[in-house]
Design a protein around this ligand. Structure first.
Ligand code: ATP
Length: 333
């Protein structure tokens, strides 16, 4: 296997861990070796962090590949994949490194495996600057299912910064191919659900205060069609700030009129690139993470992306990302 060798510059654009995840997964699925250099050159501590290393080792194990140069801190790795077999695998970041990001690198590979995969992923389930496990299950999963992606994720234990110690078990069935998606009609927002929680010794009351502050902020700043039902109380000032930030982030993503938020955008690019046909997704302003994922996907596959600005004068910050996917097929099914 692996007659072709791809090369990827890990310093381009966003210059972070996402380049590793997208390029390692795409090369594995296509059975091509990959050499990635200048890894995370855009970050203050360049090179592989423990969670990036665990992700690469997981993919190596899933396909019985040969991974060279991968240690914490290394800035250049080469991975030569074998066949993606499926089966049981464990990845442990030994830190609060995000299990959501371990899923990002491993899920696309598991879809193109010979049989079902069961992945035990350990680390942070609720890490900063990464998808919270709740986000992956409530936001990412239902949209991923539109591509034909089927997985079950059992949250065994939550893990937070700095200890980590969280665990999820992800069960994935392989697919023959992925279907393209059309995410261009948002429909009306009829209900908003939120979830607030605290960890460790923090009092439960803080979670209630956060949610109250979020609801209060939504009610006083909502677009006219929204209505939130809630009992308002006095709020603690710190919890207040976190709740307001969450509400503001939601409102920002409602206002731009797209069908996905600023994070889902980049997380769907790899599936659009692999799908069999033309996918379209309506978004707000295109993030650097999304531009980077598109760059990597176009370098490593024949997928073609085009971004149109919305012509609707009431939707000035709205874009359509269109992708002619390569129609990757699973030769084992
Ligand atoms: N609040 C959030 N909700 C959902 N997803 C998020 C959130 N914050 C970040 N993400 C997602 O997490 C990923 C972060 O990628 P990024 O390359 O920045 O992280 P990383 O692997 O930790 O690397 P680095 O440490 O180099 O930044 C992106 O896919 C982004 O969409």
């Amino acid at each position: 296997m692996a007659a072709t060798t791809f090369e990827m510059d890990g310093s381009v654009m966003e210059g972070g861990g996402q380049i590793l995840r997208v390029s390692a997964a795409l090369s594995c699925i296509q059975g091509a070796s990959i050499k990635i250099n200048k890894i995370r050159a855009g970050r203050s501590t360049p090179g592989l962090r423990p969670q990036h290393l665990s992700g690469l080792e997981l993919v190596r194990d899933m396909c019985s590949g040969n991974l060279e140069g991968a240690t914490v801190g290394s800035t250049e790795i080469t991975h030569t994949p074998g066949k993606i077999k499926g089966g049981n695998h464990i990845a442990d970041t030994h830190t609060a490194g995000s299990v959501g990001l371990l899923m990002q690198i491993s899920l696309p590979c598991a879809l193109f495996a010979q049989g079902p995969s069961e992945l035990c992923l350990k680390g942070g389930t609720n890490a900063e600057m990464a998808p919270q496990i709740d986000y992956t299950l409530k936001v990412f999963k239902p949209i991923a299912e539109r591509f034909g992606v089927q997985f079950v994720c059992d949250l065994k234990m939550r893990g937070y910064y700095p200890k980590g110690g969280g665990e999820v078990v992800l069960k994935v069935n392989p697919v023959k191919e992925l279907s393209p998606i059309n995410l261009t009609e948002r429909g009306n927002i009829t209900k908003i659900y939120g979830r607030a929680f605290v960890a460790g010794v923090l009092p439960f009351k803080l979670a209630k205060d956060m949610s109250t502050a979020a609801v209060l902020h939504l009610i006083s700043n909502h677009p006219p069609q929204l209505f939130c039902d809630s009992v308002l109380t006095n709020v603690c000032v710190y919890a207040d700030k976190v709740g307001i930030e969450a509400a503001e982030m939601l409102l920002r993503n409602i206002r731009h009129n797209g069908c996905v938020d600023e994070f889902l955008q980049d997380q769907l690019i790899i599936f659009m690139a692999l799908a069999n046909g033309t996918s379209r997704m309506r978004t707000g302003p295109i993030t650097l993470h999304t531009q980077t994922a598109i760059h990597v996907a176009e370098q490593l596959t024949n997928a073609k992306f085009v971004i149109h600005k919305s012509e609707d004068e009431h939707a000035k910050d709205t874009y359509i990302i269109e992708c002619q996917g390569v129609g990757a097929t699973n030769p084992n099914l």
